[in-house]
Design a protein. Structure first.
Length: 1007
């Protein structure tokens, strides 16, 4: 008997029940698939009403919409074909889409690519037959009964053949014919099962840029050659240039076929027409290549701050762990992502190398997945992993020239990245410390224009910033080791944004009183915080002290200041000469900056420019040539790695003063702290070699018994070395304006001052949950015995965590409840979720609000559906996929969801991922937090808690830690709680608690 039939049989009056199992109607068109229902039903589903398969479809589509994958329609949703093909198979099945097509394809190639009669026809192999491909949106259509969902590479191949088939004979030029084959070849590289016949022997290349190489002759002159970036030598190109005569746009070079579109061919001709630079003009050419070559069609890659030594190829800094590096393989998300996710996560060659090392180690441990950027990547299919890595490398070698997408890190970065070259700080500069030895921390500031009265700790913080700023203003600006920045490392929620804005207003006032230039101000922040900075200006001042605020981001003001036709500067290649340096005057700026830009200039006085770290990276040359007054780096942990272009651009920015703000100055390694301080105040902690020898080596060389004590000693020593240049206060410092915080736990232990024992928060697992848990442990021990000490540790930990949440999570996800009674019964199968219901009932009686932190996306969906039914709510889910900024008027951003949540009178619930909650979200409307899934990194859990425990919170805060017990021995939850408790949070030392590793947890559980 099916689950639906079973539930129907248990319910009274099932003839009138809503288990009719309505689903969205699927309507395909040329561009995608529409999920449609009537508008009345759609309205009910949006309010959390309804049931059956349609409700779970709606929740999945809603979560896809929050990820900017699905689009809302008046009566449903729409998925473009490209997005539908990227769906997880389980999501596709829930949405009613057919299974993926896993068979081979065949292609019929007729004629020569040089002829207009050239043609392509694609066939799908099915049941030992070949059928001409027929497509409906993302669907491979054989008949009304036989349909399959295409994979991305299958869709790309089909679209390429469709496009070529639609060309008229006149348009079937050699270029267009070879382009079609190139797209098929790329699809094969991406995993398409297709025999391309003799075209498999050729590598088809489409240059993204035409650059210039120069060879010096014996007489001192230069011979210029175009470069396609495909590895072809100057000699190879010289021997094949005749192929471009007339209308030729295809070059055959050894085993490569190079395709040149009209603009690329024009660029090649530009080089050939200016082939020789006489010896007496070489210096002038190097200084100003744009005087010899047209920079509008050739990408001639361009002062800057005192620290900038020039422009050239980035040099990687070996930048490792401060201890044993055992952060573990275990992710905070039990839903592993497919290998194809690596295309977005691996942003440069260093990322690829790092992943490959982790991948090999994970395979050696029999792991099924590996962690990349806190996401769990499925590595069981080695072929898919290999194919995806090949695609990543292809993308890095041939980056796209698309305009930037809001909130999405541009992954297509050259292997050989071009960036600003930085002057390294010397070993250690004691003069910097001496300059601020007598820092005046009692500087007053004007409060007449402030809309809010600062708390005492904020007053002292503002005075600290002002005193360092004044020291910077008085110091010699031509000295690299002048006072020039600081690190504001206050705990989250203490008002760093407010203090910073007051300091900025004081800076402009101070400049005006001294008859000095009121320079522009730059604020760099994560995308999710751009709205917050704008709103904080309005909330902080009665009248804005700034000329205006410009948000330098693609969906806002970037287009106003972008030079027409200019590409992102991060894509410019410095290949003018064969060495690793270029002349900065050869750079073509992509933004209107400087006096020559007149009214179009970005760098107006008294202007505040707010941008993201991605935009800073992409337009680093323009932004680094501006003489900024103050630069603010919010959530500065984004520039903790010295090998990223964003970090190098941050260090190179020219400013009177730089302030880095972060509540987590160290997330994983002490090396991150060096990078932050080297940005704020070069020389204070020496260069990387000095820092590593003095503060990293003692930890890495300590034995396990001594390591904790050594970490503390090193952390305190490092804090003292930072001295006046770092301000760090925590909420435990008895600061005025903070509410009380009580952590409630059901486990007997030595409780800290702010903890309270709550026996109702610990229950024994029973029934199917207990049976499932025991079976997992028993199976693992049998497997381990067979493998003589091996065993799949990672897999068993995932399974134990999953069953501790709910014994039938997958089934409940696929068949959601139709009413409150069903929802209650579903959740009560888990003793942990029973505890959650009791917690929520108590909060509801108090008419207060709560955040539930959970990382598993299936659990998030199940909780939303069930709790909507039980409490008649429409609960928002904020996970790592939710958009930082709304891009359409009918879509809510994270901030919009929180505003919606807080606006509800009385009791309300919101579900969040602790990862998504780690940056910039303030939810003081809630005063309860339930950590349903504990994060293995105690710092991440603390960050999540700080969403409610911060300035602005007017109620006592309660943190609930429900714990599932085993009747015979310590459970998964108990062992994890013990290990987290050992990871001591050191309030003032510059060290952070280590992450719990899977090895520690397995050892603790005796497995």
């Amino acid at each position: 008997m099916s689950l639906v039939s079973l539930i129907k049989g248990l319910l009274p009056n099932n003839k009138n029940s809503h288990l009719a199992d309505d689903k969205y109607s699927l309507v395909y068109d040329s561009y995608g698939v529409n999920f449609a229902t009537n508008e009345a039903t759609f309205h009910c589903l949006n309010k959390g009403e309804g049931g059956g398969s349609q409700l779970i479809q709606h929740v999945v589509l809603k979560m896809l919409e929050e990820r900017h994958i699905a689009e809302t329609l008046p009566n449903g949703f729409r998925l473009d074909s490209e997005q539908a093909c990227l769906l997880d198979p389980e999501d596709a099945d829930v949405l009613g889409l057919p299974p993926f097509f896993n068979n081979d394809f065949d292609v019929d190639i007729q004629g020569r690519t040089t002829k207009s009669s050239f043609s392509l026809q694609l066939f799908a192999k099915f049941e030992q037959q070949k059928y001409p491909v027929k497509r409906k949106g993302p669907i491979l259509f054989f008949s009304e009964q036989t349909q399959y969902l295409m994979t991305p590479e299958q869709l790309n191949a089909v679209l390429a053949v469709e496009k070529h088939s639609s060309l008229t004979p006149d348009d079937r030029t050699e270029l267009n014919n070879v382009l079609a084959v190139a797209k098929l070849q790329q699809a094969v590289k991406d995993g398409l099962k297709l025999d391309l016949k003799h075209f498999d022997k050729f590598d088809l290349v489409q240059p993204q840029h035409i650059t210039v190489t120069a060879n010096q002759k014996v007489d001192g002159s230069l011979e210029l050659s175009p470069s396609f970036g495909d590895g072809s030598s100057s000699e190879d190109l010289q021997n094949r240039l005749a192929q471009l005569q007339g209308d030729g746009q295809v070059m055959r070079i050894k085993d490569r076929i190079v395709l040149l579109t009209d603009d690329k061919k024009q660029a090649v001709k530009e080089v050939l027409q200016n082939r020789t630079i006489p010896a007496h003009k070489v210096a002038e050419f190097i200084k100003t290549p744009s005087a010899f070559l047209d920079a509008s069609i050739l990408n001639l890659d361009l002062g800057f701050s005192l620290r900038v030594a020039g422009i050239g190829k980035m040099v990687h800094i070996p930048f490792g762990q401060d201890s044993d590096g055992s952060n573990g393989w275990f992710s905070t998300n039990t839903d592993s992502e497919p290998p194809e996710r690596l295309v977005k996560l691996l942003e440069c060659e260093d990322d690829v190398v790092s992943f490959e090392q982790s991948y090999q180690q994970a395979k050696g441990q029999n792991a099924d997945s590996v962690v990349v950027d806190d996401e769990l990547i499925d590595i069981r299919d080695e072929q898919r992993v290999s194919e995806t890595l090949a695609e990543v490398r292809e993308n890095l070698a041939n980056p796209s020239n698309d305009s930037d997408t809001p909130g999405v890190e541009d992954t297509l970065v050259r292997k050989e990245q071009v960036s600003l070259l930085l002057k390294d700080a010397e070993e250690h500069n004691q003069d910097i410390v001496n300059k601020v030895a007598q820092l005046d921390r009692s500087i007053s500031f004007d409060r007449t224009n402030l809309a809010r009265t600062p708390f005492p700790h904020q007053e002292s913080g503002i005075s600290w910033m002002m005193s360092l700023l004044k020291s910077a203003q008085l110091d010699n600006h031509d000295d690299m080791y002048r006072v020039q920045g600081a690190l504001l490392a206050d705990d989250m929620g203490l008002g760093k944004t407010y203090m910073t804005l007051v300091m900025l207003a004081e800076y402009l006032s101070m400049q005006q009183q001294s008859n000095k230039s009121e320079k522009p101000i730059l604020i760099v922040a994560p995308l999710s915080l751009l709205e917050n900075w704008e709103q904080e200006v309005e909330a902080t001042f009665k009248d804005s002290p700034f000329r205006d605020i410009k948000v330098l981001q693609s969906s806002r003001d970037l287009k106003e200041f972008k030079v027409q036709g200019a590409e992102r500067e991060s894509m410019q290649l410095a290949t003018v000469m064969n060495d690793s340096h270029a002349d900065h005057k050869s750079i073509r700026y992509a933004l209107h900056v400087g006096a020559d830009a007149a009214t179009k200039r970005l760098d107006m006085d008294r202007r505040v420019v707010i941008t993201t770290y991605q935009t800073l990276r992409d337009y680093q040359f323009s932004l680094c040539v501006i003489d900024w007054g103050i630069v603010i780096f919010d959530e500065a942990q984004n520039i903790k790695n010295p090998n990223t272009q964003a970090t190098r651009a941050a260090k190179a920015l020219k400013a009177d003063f730089k302030l880095l703000a972060t509540g987590t100055p160290v997330e994983n390694s002490l090396s991150e702290f060096w990078c932050l301080m080297d940005t704020a105040q070069p020389g204070l902690l020496g260069d990387w070699g000095y820092f590593r020898e003095r503060w990293i080596k003692p930890i890495s060389s300590a034995n396990e018994e001594e390591k904790a004590e050594v970490r503390l000693e090193v952390g305190n020593d490092l804090r003292n070395a930072a001295g006046q240049f770092m301000l760090r206060r925590t909420k435990e410092d008895e600061l005025t304006g903070m509410p009380t915080k009580t952590i409630k736990t059901g486990i007997h232990k030595n409780l800290a001052d702010n903890m309270a024992f709550a026996p109702e928060l610990a229950r024994n697992m029973t029934g199917g949950q207990l049976l499932g848990y025991n079976q997992i442990v028993e199976d693992y021990r049998k497997e381990k015995a067979k493998e003589q000490g091996g065993g799949h540790a990672l897999t068993v930990l995932q399974q134990l965590r999953a069953v501790s949440l709910h014994p039938r999570l997958d089934e409940v996800f696929k068949q959601p409840p139709n009413n409150a009674k069903e929802a209650q019964r579903n959740l009560q199968e888990s003793e942990k979720l029973r505890m959650l219901l009791d917690i929520l009932s108590d909060i509801k009686n108090k008419q207060e609000k709560v955040i539930i932190f959970a990382t598993t996306k299936k659990l998030q969906a199940v909780l939303k559906i069930c709790l909507d039914k039980i409490y008649e709510l429409n609960i928002h889910v904020i996970n790592g996929d939710s958009k930082a900024i709304a891009t359409k008027k009918d879509q809510l951003s994270r901030k919009g969801m929180i505003t919606d949540f807080e606006a509800e009178e009385g009791f309300n619930v919101i579900i969040m991922s602790p990862v998504a909650a780690g940056v910039g979200l303030t939810v003081v409307g809630a005063n309860h937090v339930v950590h349903l899934e504990r994060h293995w990194n105690p710092a991440k859990e603390a960050q999540a808690t700080d969403r409610v425990y911060r300035i602005g919170q007017e109620k006592p805060v309660f943190i609930h830690l429900p714990c599932l017990l085993h009747p015979e021995y310590d459970s998964f939850d108990v062992n994890l709680d013990k290990l987290l408790a050992k990871k001591t949070m050191l309030r003032d030392a510059v060290v952070m608690p280590e992450v719990v590793s899977e090895h520690e947890l397995m050892s603790s559980m005796g497995l």
